[in-house]
Design a protein around this ligand. Structure first.
Ligand SMILES: Nc1nc2c(ncn2[C@@H]2O[C@H](COP(=O)(O)OP(=O)(O)OP(=O)(O)O)[C@@H](O)[C@H]2O)c(=O)[nH]1
Ligand SMILES: [Mg+2]
Length: 412
């Protein structure tokens, strides 16, 4: 058990003696147009450049999401990361603006409690600002703050004009009453206001009494080349626990699981394993509840988890997950107009036989509409999903060679 001792030593140091499992967790997603300052803001907030992990989706799209975390501390009436009493543990997910659609859908999958929608004051509302806001709505993100960034680049008059433009933009949307926080991420102006916002918003109630459902956003091999066999770690899954509690030692199953060819047919094989350790950011925990990103070290051979091999899967306790399905029914609606494009483009009604791309939790699937009845689409999928009733589905259609978000729905 020498390995365990070593790890414990490291854990205590990394945790600085703070038991983060006692802190409320808030998961924050970044959104906003290319170059408006999402990554810079995250750096200003967390002091770290986000670690990027690529999401190699089964369709072959590579997306880099960034992850970062802080312990927010209360110091008098202010909140900061250096001094004071630990108050909240906050994890951030960063997305690149140009890979917008899928990235936002994926980051939305990671229980985004609050989204920071960054708008550069010198550029104003751009196509991806619109598309992101709609994606957040499609993903059912309830809280949004608008970060009016780059105020160091504009005059007071321009800042006011931009503020009015933002107000006009959010009218009638889920962000209508969102707070607008002017900042300069680069000059670190008003970062304390963002901390205060993140400290004061309500942490949503988590469902801890249900069977655990963990959505896998990434999977990897954490071993450095040349590690002696006796010190090798098992395969690691990264993602979010949507509900329930997972503990070290739990026996879990991962579905749809591994994609294998059997008798000339592509099938999915459920993977079973055991939880060896749990980690949030740099902090080791023995049990974890919902909210925030979480990494699960398993007993799996790391070749099974490397390069996001299992991303898009769902993990739960053995024999507790739904049967995988190539067939789902969703109650769906589409937008009037495609967002994220410079030109105006009307969204046509769903048509029988058309192919749609669906984003469900962390998975992406492509499916053909078999029938449409009273707003309910019956779809046949190329990649199976683990269907939970009530799960939110983002719906994209291929328009002029790009998958564009055109609507959303709910699994029935
Ligand atoms: N002057 C000024 N420049 C800023 C500010 N915030 C970000 N920038 C600059 O704007 C550029 C883009 O910033 P990023 O943080 O990379 O923007 P992003 O939104 O993450 O961009 P993508 O990931 O490509 O979508 C960089 O050159 C930053 O230094 C700010 O508050 N003031
Ligand atoms: Mg960025």
């Amino acid at each position: 058990m020498e390995k365990d001792n070593k790890n414990n030593h490291k854990d205590n140091k990394a945790n600085n003696g703070i038991d983060i499992s006692k802190l409320p967790i808030l998961n924050v997603g970044m959104a906003g147009h290319i170059d408006h300052g999402k990554t810079t803001l995250l750096y200003a907030l967390s002091g770290k450049f986000t670690d990027t992990h690529s999401e190699e989706l089964k369709r072959g799209i590579t997306i880099k999401l960034g992850y970062s975390d802080i312990i927010l501390r209360k110091s008098g009436n202010n909140y900061e990361v250096e001094n004071g009493e630990p108050y909240r543990y906050i994890t951030f997910v960063d997305v690149p603006g140009h890979e917008m659609l899928m990235a936002t859908m994926l980051s939305g999958a990671e229980i985004v409690d609050v989204a920071l929608l960054v708008v550069a004051a010198n550029e104003g509302i751009k196509p991806q600002t619109r598309e992101h806001l709609v994606a957040l709505q499609a993903k059912n993100v309830k809280k949004i703050a608008i970060i009016q960034n780059k105020i160091d680049l504009v005059s007071k008059e321009q800042a006011i004009k931009n503020y009015k433009e933002i107000k006009e933009f959010v009218k009638g949307t889920i962000a209508e009453n969102s707070e607008i926080i002017p900042v300069s991420a680069q000059q670190k102006i008003n970062i304390d206001k963002v901390y205060k916002y993140l400290a004061e918003i309500e942490v949503p109630k988590r469902e801890i009494n249900s069977d655990p459902v963990f959505v896998v956003a990434r999977s990897f091999d954490i071993n450095k080349p040349g590690t002696p066999a006796s010190e090798l770690h098992g395969g690691v899954l990264g993602g979010s626990l949507m509900k329930g509690i997972l503990k070290v030692g739990d026996e879990i199953e991962i579905k749809p699981g591994l994609n294998v060819i059997e008798k000339n047919q592509r099938i999915y094989e459920t993977v079973k394993t055991k939880i060896v350790s749990l980690q949030r950011g740099d902090h080791r925990v023995s049990a974890a509840g919902p909210g925030g990103s979480l990494a699960i070290e398993t007993e799996l051979d790391m070749t099974l988890t490397k390069a996001d091999n299992l991303s898009g899967c769902v993990a739960g306790l053995n024999n507790k997950l739904p049967v995988i399905s190539y067939n789902i029914k969703i109650r769906a609606q589409h937008f009037k107009q495609v967002l994220g494009m410079e030109e105006q483009f009307v969204v046509e009604d769903f048509k029988p036989s058309e192919m749609l791309m669906l984003s469900i939790n962390t998975s992406i699937s492509v499916g053909r509409i078999k029938t449409i009845k009273e707003g309910i689409l019956d779809l046949e999928l190329n990649i199976p999903v683990v269907p939970f009733k009530g799960d939110n589905v983002g719906i994209a259609r291929n328009i002029k060679g790009h998958w564009r978000l055109i609507g959303f729905g709910e699994i029935i």
